[in-house]
Design a protein around this ligand. Structure first.
Ligand code: PNS
Length: 166
């Protein structure tokens, strides 16, 4: 059985991520979508909230599991007996960062291979950070994230503003 891991921050999941998940399940027997902590990014949603959101979004896609992990991706791969990391590539600008991560992961564990899937044309410009920014300034995020994500993102921004007293 071919199990692949699709890791990311998913803060929150976008239609770009969802597209990669839908295409990955056609290639692998099982795909484990894994929320990992990127120490360089301050999150809006907690890891648990991100997992719950992804679960809601992928509920009708067979052979997808959603998990979270705190630590090195290669350690998670070993725990799951998987040696394939799936990553989506948008523009050339993603390449250097992704190439670096793929090399580090392969250096940490020579069995681990990173496979890149090209993003669909309509999602080329899409990122969780840009979606958050548009939502924060009350822009229209319809079509950028699944409906449930749009709702929870708006609620989260409201809640954060209230806490800050804005
Ligand atoms: O969605 P992102 O932010 O591009 O995902 C990056 C992520 C979370 C996959 C990456 O930061 C990661 O693998 N973090 C876990 C820690 C790790 O294994 N680091 C070594 C590779 S740089």
């Amino acid at each position: 059985m071919r199990v692949a891991v699709y890791p990311g921050s998913f803060d929150p999941i976008t239609n770009g991520h969802l597209d990669i998940i839908k295409r990955s399940v056609k290639v692998f027997d099982e795909v484990i979508v894994t929320v990992l902590i990127n120490p360089e990014k301050k999150g809006l949603f907690t890891p648990e909230e991100r997992v719950e959101l992804i679960k809601k979004v992928v509920k009708d896609i067979p052979n997808v599991r959603v998990e979270s992990f705190f630590g090195l991706l290669v350690d998670f791969m070993r725990e799951k007996n998987s040696n394939i990391i799936i990553k989506g590539l948008r523009a050339v600008s993603d390449f250097e960062y992704e190439f670096q991560m793929a090399l580090i992961n392969n250096t940490l564990d020579a069995n681990v291979e990173t496979l890149f899937m090209m993003t669909s044309a309509q999602n080329l410009f899409l990122s969780s950070s840009s979606v958050k920014q548009v939502a924060m300034f009350n822009g229209d995020i319809t079509g950028l994230v699944p409906e449930v994500v749009a709702e929870e993102l708006k609620a989260k921004i409201k809640e954060t503003r209230k806490k800050k007293g804005d």
